[in-house]
Structure formats: structure tokens, C-alpha cells
Design a protein around this ligand. Structure first.
Ligand code: HEC
Length: 103
């Protein structure tokens, strides 16, 4: 239980420390073509990023950057991202609220 509270505190700290506005500006310029202006992908082969966990997004971007996760396009894109840009982009996409409608 204590561990859980600590993780929650860490998450809250992270989302304040990272700049959603900067992430949004970078996403508009570099990601929206495939992942959509609001993180809902306009391209059928690209995943939605809106509402995804920031920790997951950062991890995937770092994995593409290091080559641990391989994808021709994302590998090239992630190579140019700094740790701060990854944190901001992750903060932006995770800040988008999504609603789910079960069929
Ligand atoms: C040219 C199209 C294109 C652009 C531009 C692009 N992406 Fe992607 N992105 C993709 C595709 C296609 C995938 C799926 C790759 C795979 O199968 O691993 C992907 C996957 C991802 C994933 C993994 C999602 C998951 O569910 O695991 C993240 C995170 C991501 N992109 C972030 C970004 C960010 C941030 C930017 C801008 C800096 C960006 N992408 C720009 C096409 C693009």
C-alpha cells in the first residue's frame, strides 16, 4: 500500500514537472501528421496516443531511440528527441482525456 502511494506521488510530480504546452507544440510540428492533432491517429497504421500513460509513452520513445524497439519510421523520429522532449510529449498525450464507449 505504501509503495502504491509513492508511485502515485511520483506520477503527480512527473505531470507537474513536464510541460504539456511544450509537448503539444512539439507534437503539432512533429507527430500530428500520423498520430493526429489530438492524439487520435488519422492514419490507420499509426496507433492512438491520446490518454495513454505517460510512463508507457516515454518508455516506448526511449526504446525506439535506443533500438530496443524496432520500427523504421519511429526509430528515425525518436533519434532526434531529447529526454526533455520525450517527457513533454508524454505529458501532452497523457493529459488528453478520452472517453470509452463499449459496443
Ligand atoms: C510518419 C508517421 C509517424 C510520425 C510522424 C510519428 N509517428 Fe509515432 N508511430 C508511427 C507508427 C506507424 C507507429 C507504430 C510503430 C510500431 O509498430 O512499433 C508509431 C508508434 C508510436 C508510439 C508507440 C505507441 C504504442 O502504442 O506503443 C509512440 C509512443 C509514438 N509513435 C510517438 C510518436 C511521437 C511522440 C511522434 C512525434 C515526435 C511520432 N510518434 C511521430 C508513425 C508515426
Amino acid at each position: 500500500m505504501k509503495k502504491f502511494a509513492f508511485v502515485l506521488a511520483l506520477c503527480a510530480f512527473n505531470s507537474f514537472a513536464n510541460d504539456v504546452a511544450e509537448g503539444r507544440a512539439k507534437a503539432d510540428a512533429a507527430c500530428s501528421l500520423c498520430h493526429g492533432a489530438n492524439g487520435i491517429a488519422g492514419m490507420p497504421s499509426a496507433p492512438n496516443l491520446a490518454g495513454q500513460q505517460a510512463i508507457y509513452l516515454s518508455e516506448q520513445l526511449k526504446n525506439y531511440r535506443s533500438g530496443k524497439r524496432h520500427h523504421e519510421v519511429m526509430g528515425v523520429i525518436a533519434k532526434s528527441l531529447t529526454d526533455a522532449e520525450i517527457a513533454n510529449l508524454s505529458a501532452w498525450y497523457s493529459a488528453i482525456k478520452v472517453t470509452v464507449e463499449v459496443p
